[in-house]
Design a protein around this ligand. Structure first.
Ligand code: X5A
Ligand code: ZN
Length: 663
């Protein structure tokens, strides 16, 4: 541990490295005392900060930093952004005499738990961010990373929310502006890159031009936590604060490095240049990281380091990072580590970005620039078409049970780039494109299609596709009742050659909390393992293996420009021995596991569901088990009734049983 970070010794000579930056780290094990009972397995858990701390220590990175002692926040500092009532509530939580009493209080709030360690942890989290912010403002440290929990950015003036008790970042910002004016920090840029909108911080500075609040988050038009309109791009600030609140709301998950960097280059960096902050505080949640179970986005450690590095150009490098969310322990630890290495600035950032932003990202960026251009003239010019044409073919259509997304993913960055490059071509190459027009304009279908179009299979469905009119959209394209957006359909739009119903000895169950298509409520899954005690009704469609590939893709990622088949003849051979094949490319979809269910008239029966290991995650509680929402249940019931399999009452009872029986 090195307390005066500027010195290095070699061969007994003390050399001063003037470039070595003094990076503060602050951490205290007492912040681990806030937790739920272990068996409840809450994602906001002590290991989050332990992992980061251990990784920084064992890699020797912590030795190159200045370790700062933790400190609890003072009530008058908390009171800069919170009401007395709120402060008292958090202060007194630990002295409440019973666990059930605490539970009752927590239940009054949105996504909050308390235990006997909560008060101390909350005071420490806020105090630690204040502590390092003061030292960076003073110039004693160049920058700092506060490894704290509970997080803060959802906490509002009068209430805790979204795993957050005190708004650590807002308190520290307010503290510097109001209590330490002698340090000359008059303008603070708060960059909130947590995957969730920083509703609390936004409100606290909504009328304040001293704090430019910038948040990029999954929004989904108000459907993503913390649901509602606060995170919309039209929320630009009020009064003195007009123009000093910038929201970049993603329309969908799966956003990654390319999307974030496009936002940096075309919104945040130009505005930061104009605003010219005296200090930057980052609400550094890492729940937009690849593999985060809540975020469903794809930022890599490399992406975070570029984002951070670009900010180091401002405020003389005075950056305070405060941990917010981030629930995949590996992703969290690697991302945080990458950031501290950037702050230390002693090694170049290696890597390159191969992906392009989504089309929706460019649309969002243009909308944000549009609403803010009255305040920030630098945003007035249109982004050149040449820049915007660099985009990734987007998952335009998403209407399956799974919404083409799987929040728990484990692809590495290179695997991810590889699969995207391999399978999805840029949109401009799809069918007609201007550049391709000299070659006739229409791209020839890849040869695998004609080969697989000669093979028939039964596609067995147990979810909303039991409903014929719905399933037809996957073949013919179009939008059935209950679909948010239309399906593109399969390349070969011919109708199923035959339709049949059968029951199978497998368990039907429902998981997930909400989907873009159905809103809150579960998604149907078939346990991939058979069990004679179980019975699931399935509707079998005889379609070609080519069509099956298009359905498989739409069920998982909802794009149909396949250069290679996802499930080819070899796979069809293999699955008859192996029972299941997890289709790698669509691994982020919920239905990437193709399951072989035997034969009917000598034609193989295939279905798609989650993997056995996903089932384990449902059983352990890592993934939520959830009954289907009303509308979704009705679609299933309608399918069974119209397919003449069950009476209305029987179908209702069947769905009811599947959604309530323990796995
Ligand atoms: C800090 C943070 C997320 C809350 C999600 C509640 N909160 N469902 O990431
Ligand atoms: Zn978050």
């Amino acid at each position: 541990m090195e307390l005066n970070g500027g010195m290095e010794s070699s061969n007994n000579n003390i050399t001063i490295n003037p470039k070595r930056r003094r990076v503060g780290l602050i951490y205290d094990e007492r912040m681990c005392k806030h937790h739920t009972p272990v068996e409840e397995g809450h994602p906001e858990q002590p290991d989050r900060i332990r992992f980061i701390w251990d990784a920084l220590s064992s890699s020797g990175i912590a030795n190159r930093c200045v370790i700062v002692n933790a400190k609890e926040a003072a009530d008058n500092h908390l009171a800069l952004v919170h009401t007395k009532n709120h402060i008292d509530l958090i202060k007194n939580i630990s002295s409440k005499n019973s666990e059930s009493r605490r539970k009752r209080i927590a239940a009054k709030f949105n996504s909050i738990y308390f235990n006997e360690g909560s008060s101390e942890a909350a005071y420490l989290a806020a105090g630690c961010v204040i502590e390092v912010a003061e030292r960076v403002a003073k110039g004693e440290l160049d920058s700092a990373f506060a490894i704290v929990r509970p997080p803060g950015h959802h906490a509002e003036e009068t209430e805790p929310m979204g795993f957050c008790l005190f708004n650590n970042v807002a308190i520290a910002a307010s503290f510097l502006l109001n209590e330490r004016s002698e340090f000359g920090i008059k303008k603070i840029l708060v960059v909130d890159w947590d995957v969730h909108h920083g509703n609390g911080t936004q409100k606290m500075f909504y009328n304040d031009s001293r704090v430019l609040f910038f948040s990029v988050h999954r929004h989904e038009f108000g459907g993503f936590y913390p649901c509602g309109d606060d995170g919309s791009h039209i929320m630009t600030g009020e009064g003195q604060g007009a123009g000093y609140n910038i929201n970049v709301p993603w329309e969908n998950g799966r956003c990654g490095d390319a999307d974030y960097l496009a936002v940096w280059d075309h919104i945040l960096i130009p505005v930061a240049k104009e605003f010219n902050p005296d200090l930057i505080i980052i609400s550094a949640g890492f729940d937009a990281a690849i593999g985060d179970p809540l975020g469903g986005c794809r930022v890599s450690p490399y992406g975070y380091s570029i984002m951070l590095n670009k900010l180091l150009e401002f405020a003389g490098g005075k950056i305070v990072m405060a941990l917010e969310g981030g629930y995949n322990l590996n992703a969290l630890r690697n991302s945080a580590k990458a950031c501290v290495e950037v702050l230390l600035q002693d090694k170049p950032i290696i890597g390159s970005l191969e992906a392009y932003p989504f089309e929706s990202t460019w649309r969002v960026i243009q909308e944000v620039r549009q609403v803010l251009s009255t305040y920030w003239p630098i945003l007035v010019p249109k982004i050149p078409d040449k820049v915007i044409s660099k985009r990734t073919s987007h998952i335009e259509i998403s209407s399956s049970d799974s919404d083409g997304e799987q929040e728990n993913i484990s692809l590495t960055v290179s695997e991810e780039v590889q699969t995207i490059e391999d399978v999805i071509q840029p949109f401009k190459n799809l069918k007609v494109n201007e550049a391709g027009q000299d070659q006739g304009g229409i791209a020839a279908p890849p040869s695998w299609r004609s080969e697989l179009s000669n093979i028939d299979i039964w596609y067995a469905t147990f979810g909303s596709n039991m409903n014929m009119s719905r399933f037809r959209c996957y073949i013919e394209g179009g939008q059935a009742e209950g679909m948010k957006r239309p399906c593109v359909g399969s390349m070969d739009k011919s109708k199923p050659k035959e339709i049949k119903w059968k029951t199978f000895p497998h368990r039907l169950f429902f998981g997930r909390e909400r989907t873009a298509t159905w809103g809150p409520g579960g998604v149907a899954f078939l346990h991939p393992k058979s069990d004679v005690k179980e019975r699931t009704y399935m509707c079998l469609y005889k379609i070609t293996l080519e069509q099956f590939n298009d359905v498989l893709l739409q069920e998982n990622v909802s794009s149909y420009n396949l250069n290679h088949p996802l499930f080819d003849l070899t796979a069809l051979q293999t699955i008859q021995n192996e029972q299941c094949i997890s289709v790698e490319f669509v691994q982020r979809g919920w239905y990437h596991n193709v399951v072989y269910l035997g034969k009917e008239n000598d034609i193989p029966i295939l279905t798609m569901t989650c993997t056995l290991s996903d089932v384990d995650s449902f059983i352990s509680g890592e993934f939520a088990i959830n009954p289907p929402c009303k509308e979704y249940a009705n679609t299933l019931i309608k399918g069974l009734v119209q397919g003449k399999q069950l009476s209305l009452e029987e179908a209702e009872a069947y769905i009811q049983e599947s959604s309530t029986k323990a796995l």
